[in-house]
Design a protein around this ligand. Structure first.
Ligand code: FE2
Length: 262
């Protein structure tokens, strides 16, 4: 669904889940647990198995310890490593302490930005949380951190993942999902000229959308939580949670597939 860019001949499979909004206080608590469980089971059955699983945020809804315990118990069954980007409904400290496995790019700050060098494509988790709203933000501190991480990584093929889409989601009630254009511009400037950044992955919109930032293809994936999912889908998958698989193929780019956890 997103055009390939020619960068590498290595292979890598990323399974992406997002917006699970686990919430024992919700009337839909049991359904959301079941939606996530079905995705975990389906990912574990994939053959070939993904190299890594990423979660692009809103793991729980208005995070507290009890909600993260539920999420951690289900996600603990994943057979492949998991890396999580914080969403606006998450608690940064919980994400950092339970799920953010990687090299902390901004130690001593509240921001959850980290890099992971364990795979053919380097992963960088970005923190797009705002202190004043549920929308996205990307301040100078985070932009400088991204710039420094990219400089340090040299020409290594890299993908970034974050919660808020930094592009116009035309189908959404919120076409621009950041507090202001400045935050997106800071991210764009940090990515400009970084031709080894091959892809960006997002959540938050709860729907499929694709765009670009600084020439980098970027996509958002539907919420795993079916009751929060947006967009039209065929009858056959209405009752199935959806997630995405991103494959780095022989042509050297990531191609994306929407998968129903039937
Ligand atoms: Fe969100």
């Amino acid at each position: 669904m997103v055009p390939c860019r020619l960068y590498t001949q290595k292979s890598m499979i990323i399974a992406q889940i997002s917006d699970t909004h686990i919430d024992p206080d919700s009337p839909n608590a049991a359904e959301r647990v079941r939606d996530l469980q079905r995705c975990v089971d389906d990912i574990n059955r994939l053959d070939p198995a993904p190299d890594v699983v990423i979660h692009t945020g809103d793991l729980v809804h208005n995070g507290n310890a009890a909600k993260y315990q539920v999420a951690a118990r289900i996600l603990g069954a994943l057979k492949r490593p998991l890396h999580v980007a914080a969403g606006n409904r998450d608690d940064r400290a919980a994400i950092r302490s339970i799920f953010a496995a990687g090299r902390d790019l901004l130690p001593g700050t509240p921001f959850v930005q980290y890099s992971v060098d364990a795979y053919p494509v380097r992963l960088i988790a970005l923190d797009t949380l705002s202190d004043i709203s549920n929308m996205g933000e990307f301040c100078d501190i985070r932009a400088d951190s991204l710039r420094a991480a990219l400089a340090e990584g040299g020409a290594r093929p890299t993908a970034v993942f974050m919660h808020h889409p930094p592009f116009e989601v035309a189908e959404s009630k919120y076409r621009w999902q950041f507090d202001s254009q400045e935050g997106i511009d800071r991210m764009r400037r940090a990515l400009e000229g970084q031709s080894h950044v091959m892809r960006a992955f997002c959540g938050h919109a709860h729907r499929i959308a694709v765009g670009k930032i600084a020439g980098v293809p970027v996509s958002s994936t539907p919420s795993v939580a079916i009751d929060l999912r947006l967009g039209d889908f065929p009858d056959g998958v209405q009752s199935a949670p959806l997630y995405q698989i991103h494959r780095l193929d022989a042509r050297g780019g990531f191609t994306s597939e929407l998968r129903a956890a039937l």
